[in-house]
Design a protein around this ligand. Structure first.
Ligand code: UT7
Length: 324
């Protein structure tokens, strides 16, 4: 038994911010951002919160799959920018789409979040506990960026993407791997909440920890190493050769990371689906947004072998080989 993607969807806020727009607010340039990252523009929310992006994606998933909301059994949303500490985004999605029979919860695995969420859904489905699931990665990273920090604010964007999956007797997820390296957690953090209350002193010097803080070079090194090894292990465990893989959908963080991964794996760059120029890094939403774009363009056919691979804060990584 396998878990198969039945429909894909995505939603991004309307407002586009170009590199030139950013150069008006921080000391940067279109040339620097394009050369160092491949990003040309990103979508930024002017008020819609993460749950609204996720709800729009969920509605699209059900419409495209032709499934009624009350038939959905599981909703998992991956995010590091939830509207609330509680409720989960998934519970808010459940209410808004009317999926009254579903179990709903969120997972936190930063940019690997969609891979973790899809893997969890697959486990429930493979175990025969649920028959289907909505899996979404959704972020409004603009609310956790320090817009005076050129080293981070140029990199990220807002958006959501997802997949509706069902139990399948034939095609679906073939092989996968998730990984975590908690000892490196400090190289990429955001959203720190202070432990201050009426009984103790206000914790000083932690205000900036609310924003994305990153040792870019260390994250870069981690990404190129962990993704390559993870992809090699997943391919080795499967009966699929690298030549049989039609597309690789990598986490869209930096075009140079994708080029290095392609070189090290000896998988031609043309097989990597890259759309970072339009959206920037949308964290947990980046892989499903790219997957949906590929699908909407009609570039994937039944039985095609597609490899999804991502890395992110934690540090974490996740790779999945799918027979479409
Ligand atoms: O989803 C996971 C999250 N993040 C990532 O995957 C990010 C991984 N890391 C990267 O993508 C890259 O390390 C960055 C794009 C973040 C940075 O690129 P880099 O080639 O590693 O640049 P750098 O940090 O070494 O900085 C080089 C120079 C510095 O100036 P000096 O010290 O050489 O004078 C920076 O101050 O570039 C400067 N710089 C900028 N200049 C113009 C940093 N940000 C900017 C900017 N515009 N936005």
């Amino acid at each position: 038994m396998a878990t198969r993607i039945i429909s894909t969807g995505s939603y991004v806020p309307e407002q586009i911010i170009t590199n030139d727009d950013l150069a008006k607010v921080v000391d940067t340039s279109d040339e620097w951002i394009t050369q160092r990252t491949g990003i040309k523009q990103r979508h930024i929310s002017l008020g819609e919160n993460t749950s609204e992006l996720a709800v729009n994606t969920a509605k699209q998933l059900l419409e495209r799959a032709g499934v009624a909301a009350d038939k959905v059994e599981l909703i998992i949303v991956a995010s590091v920018t939830a509207d609330y500490g509680t409720p989960s985004i998934a519970c808010m999605v459940q209410k808004e789409i009317g999926a009254s029979n579903a179990v709903a919860f969120d997972v936190v695995a930063a940019c690997s979040g969609f891979m973790f969420a899809l893997s969890i859904a697959d486990k429930y489905i493979s175990a025969g506990i649920y028959n289907n699931a909505i899996v979404i990665g959704a972020e409004t990273l603009s609310k956790i960026l320090d817009w005076s920090q050129r080293s981070t604010c140029v990199l990220f964007g807002d958006g959501a993407g997802g997949a509706y999956v069902e139990k399948s007797e034939t095609d679906g997820i073939i092989e996968e791997e998730l990984g975590s390296k908690g000892e490196l957690y400090e190289i990429l953090t955001e959203g720190y909440t202070r432990c201050s209350n009426v009984f103790n002193d206000i914790e000083e010097g932690t205000d900036s920890l609310w924003y994305v803080n990153m040792d870019g070079r260390e994250v870069f090194k981690f990404a190129t190493k962990s993704v390559v090894k993870s992809v090699e292990r997943v391919i080795a465990k499967s009966c699929v050769s690298p030549q049989e893989i039609k597309y690789v959908i990598p986490h869209q963080a930096n075009i140079r990371i994708v080029e290095i991964i392609s070189n090290k794996l000896k998988i031609p760059y043309e097989k990597f689906y890259v759309n970072i120029e339009k959206y920037g890094n949308t964290s947990s939403a980046s892989i499903p947004i790219a997957l949906n774009e590929l699908n909407e363009k009609g570039l994937i056919e039944r039985g095609d072998k597609i490899l999804l691979t991502g890395f992110g804060g934690g540090m974490t990584w996740g790779t999945m080989l799918i027979s479409w």
